[in-house]
Design a protein around this ligand. Structure first.
Ligand code: FE2
Ligand code: FE2
Length: 158
């Protein structure tokens, strides 16, 4: 199955992900337990970010086009991708639980070492995961469901 795809991830989301990566990378260089905890976060984050950037975020780049009443030329490949996201969702939510556990451990150590900026970073990453679960993942799936309806001939509701 080709994942060739004309749509790109909304810039705001890509910038946010890159910023998390950079901040986490810096935290892994901290000596001692805190750096160790940050490296654990990197490990459990593993393929999660990559999967997200392949399945969950690109469909969101279509939102403005869909609101304008258009359907992308590669609609079928978008739907394949969002169907895969739907199938992968339980695993991705499980990954979030593992990531949050690792973040909680990192936050505890950061607070014990008075590294409040790292504790704050951990909280922001937890918030990011929650926002994805509440908003981004369901929206990406809705993009696919909406396109399916349009392909079946339903006219744009606006
Ligand atoms: Fe993410
Ligand atoms: Fe995520």
């Amino acid at each position: 199955m080709s994942l060739e795809y004309s749509t790109s991830i909304p810039r705001s989301l890509l910038v946010e992900h890159d910023a998390f990566h950079e901040e986490l990378e810096r935290a892994t260089a901290i000596p001692g337990r805190l750096g160790e905890m940050a490296r654990t976060v990197v490990r459990v984050l593993g393929a999660h970010f990559a999967k997200e950037e392949q399945l969950a975020l690109p469909p969101l780049g279509l939102l403005a086009m869909l609101v304008d009443g258009h359907v992308p030329a590669d609609a079928a490949s978008v739907v394949r991708r969002t169907d895969r996201l739907k199938a992968e969702l339980p695993r991705m939510l499980e990954e979030h639980r593992e990531i949050v556990k690792a973040l909680d451990r990192m936050i505890d150590v950061a607070l014990a070492e008075n590294r409040f900026e790292i504790a704050d970073f951990g909280d922001r990453m937890k918030h990011h995961a929650l926002m994805e679960e509440e908003v981004l993942y369901p929206t990406a799936i809705l993009v696919g469901e909406f396109i399916k309806l349009r392909l079946q001939g339903a006219s744009s509701p606006w």
